[in-house]
Design a protein around this ligand. Structure first.
Ligand SMILES: Cc1cc2nc3c(=O)[nH]c(=O)nc-3n(C[C@H](O)[C@H](O)[C@H](O)COP(=O)(O)O)c2cc1C
Length: 187
């Protein structure tokens, strides 16, 4: 329970390890993609791109899974939707570096995460990806950078996880207090 109360879409969000393999309906997936499309971005550059695979295409799903570090593969294999976000690091207008690219990719991903919660779908983001492998497998151009992994799916059966992951899944979620994050008139 958050204090003060915040919207359930935010309060109930967390990053599970136990995913059900139940596929996500294509209409729902379209909503998640639409949510990302309408994220804000510097100069409306929309620097986000996503390479994704769904579990009904086993080969594509396995290929995407192979771009995650082994520790993430262990649980993400069950997730019916896997993606890698990719940032366009230059502005289309002048080719100069877009220093907000990663920031804006994060915003688009959070839009997906919140829209997913609205549909009862959980998300687990991952820094543990293999960027060089992503670049090679999917022929990512030089001015794009792989950013993070994203697993989406309905909550599964915690008991199916390896024991170490069950312990992690049951662990407490913590945050530092708000007054160590927000500073009125000072840093
Ligand atoms: C950019 C990013 C990278 C993350 N990388 C990983 C990861 O590689 N493996 C993992 O299991 N969780 C990863 N996480 C999940 C975080 O550990 C998690 O969001 C954090 O502990 C807070 O927990 P909560 O999302 O349940 O509130 C990542 C989250 C983000 C946003």
């Amino acid at each position: 329970m958050t204090k003060p109360n915040i919207h359930p879409l935010l309060a109930d969000r967390w990053s599970p390890l136990a995913f059900s393999s139940k596929p996500i309906d294509p209409d729902v997936l379209a909503s998640l993609m639409e949510a990302a499309r309408w994220a804000p971005s510097c100069f409306n550059e929309q620097p986000w791109r996503y390479i994704y695979a769904t579990i009904d295409d086993a080969a594509a799903h396995a290929q995407l899974l192979s771009c995650l570090v082994p520790g993430n593969q262990a649980w993400a294999a069950a997730a019916p939707f896997l993606a890698i976000s990719v940032a366009c690091t230059t502005f289309a207008a002048n080719g100069k570096p877009n220093s907000y690219a990663w920031h804006d990719v994060g915003q688009a991903t959070m839009s997906i995460v919140v829209e997913a919660m609205h549909h009862g779908i959980f998300a687990h983001q991952m820094g543990g990806i293999l960027p060089d492998r992503v670049r090679e497998l999917y022929a990512i151009p030089a001015n794009f950078n792989p950013v993070a992994g994203l697993a989406l799916g309905y909550y599964g059966d915690r008991a199916q996880l390896p024991e170490a992951l069950q312990t992690r899944e049951a662990g407490p979620r913590t945050r530092r207090p708000a007054d160590e994050t927000f500073f009125l008139n000072r840093f």
